[in-house]
Ligand binder design. Structure first.
Ligand code: C2G
Length: 131
C-alpha cells in the first residue's frame, strides 16, 4: 500500500482544497491528512480558524479521498510522522515549493502540486465582508 501524507489548516473547506486532496490521493492508495490544530494555527500561523479543529476534522473525514486525519501540532513533526506511518509520498501545494525538500531524507517522495487559482479561505472572508 502506497501511503501519502499532506498537511494543512483546511478552514472554510473549498474546491481548491478538494482539488489538492484528490490529486494527493492519486499519488498512492492511502491518504493521511495532518490537520493543523487551533493552537498550532494561532501560535505558528497567526490564523484564527472559523471552524474548530473538531469541525475541520469531521469535514475532512467526510471526503472520499481522505483515509485518516491526524493533528498537526508542530512544524517539526513531518519527519517522525513519515517514519511512524511509513509514508511513501509527501504532498503539498506549490506555494510551499522547496520548503519541505528536507523530507526526502526519510526516503519519501516530495511532490508539490499546483495550487488552484483564485480561491483561498482569505479570499472567501474578504468577499463575504464586501456583501
Ligand atoms: N491549496 C491549493 N489551492 C488553493 C488553496 C490551498 O492547492 N486555492 C492547498 C495548499 O497549497 C495546501 C492545502 O491546500 O497544500 C491546504 O491549504 P491551507 O489550509 O492553506 O494550509 P496551509 O496554511 O498552507 O498549511 O505544515 C504545513 C502547513 O500546515 C500548511
Amino acid at each position: 500500500m502506497r501511503k501519502v501524507i499532506t498537511y494543512g489548516t483546511f478552514d472554510l473547506l473549498h474546491y481548491g482544497h478538494i482539488n489538492l486532496l484528490r490529486r494527493a490521493k492519486e499519488q498512492g492508495d492511502y491518504l493521511i491528512v495532518a490537520l493543523s490544530t487551533d493552537e498550532f494555527n494561532w501560535d505558528e500561523k497567526q490564523k484564527k480558524c472559523y471552524f474548530s479543529y473538531e469541525k475541520r476534522k469531521m469535514l475532512l473525514e467526510a471526503i472520499r479521498y481522505v483515509d485518516l486525519v491526524i493533528p498537526e501540532e508542530s512544524w517539526n513533526q513531518k519527519m517522525t510522522d513519515i517514519e511512524e506511518f511509513k509514508v511513501d509520498v509527501f504532498v503539498m501545494g506549490d506555494d510551499w515549493k522547496g520548503q519541505f525538500d528536507f523530507v526526502k531524507e526519510t526516503g519519501a517522495d516530495v511532490v508539490y502540486l499546483e495550487r488552484t487559482p483564485e480561491i483561498s479561505t482569505t479570499q472567501i472572508k474578504k468577499d463575504l465582508n464586501k456583501r
